[in-house]
Write a protein that binds this ligand. Sequence first.
Ligand SMILES: O=C1O[C@H](COP(=O)(O)O)[C@@H](O)[C@H](O)[C@H]1O
Length: 232
Amino acid sequence: MASTFHEFANGADLAEALADKVAKQLSAAISKKGAASIAVSGGSTPKRFFEALSGKDLDWTKVSVTLVDERFVPADSPRSNHLLVATHLLKDKAAATTFIPLYHEAATIDTAAEIATGKTASICNPFDVAILGMGGDGHTASFFPRGNHLAKALNLSTPRGVMTMAAEGAGEERLTFTFSSLSDAPLLVLHIEGQEKKDVLAKAEAGSDEKNMPIRAVLTRAVSPLEIYWAP
Ligand SMILES: O=C1O[C@H](COP(=O)(O)O)[C@@H](O)[C@H](O)[C@H]1O
């Protein structure tokens, strides 16, 4: 599917423009079906965007928010994507939203993935909005290069839901939505910032091996058109 590259002068301009776009998409979904859903990424990039989105005027009581991926750590861990979202998005006007975490205290990460799949089943078919990030190694969500379940996670025939991922570059074991859960969001965004990430994107676009750069699956096989938001 085709992608569109949106370039901004700086991260603040990008955050405002992306927050506007997302708020409009969520509002349109609420008008059409009475509810809306969004899956967001963690990492360091989305903070400014989260802050901008949290101030947008829309009926947040009808919005469900979840994460595209999470580390298998509790919500109070400084490594938790949940903590990032709680700090920067679930406040101001967006405090009224419903947040569905991926991490659940369970004996095994597989059980946590099953619980997360059950709790998010009603909002991911499809998500109205999915915001992806990208690591310097070409991972997106927790689709890590040479991850133990990467082939299954990237297979569009794998059912929607949350699965587990372990990989050398990932640190803790991860919970991640499958590609099939994210790829058909009507608004599918890749949000990256900095020249280094732009170079990684160019490298990904120049090749085809998804095992080494899983972001290539999104660039070439996503069901929805991909909107790439970038600022230096
Ligand atoms: O591990 C993760 O990293 C990526 C990219 O993070 P960034 O700090 O380079 O912006 C992120 O998209 C993903 O959700 C997160 O779990």
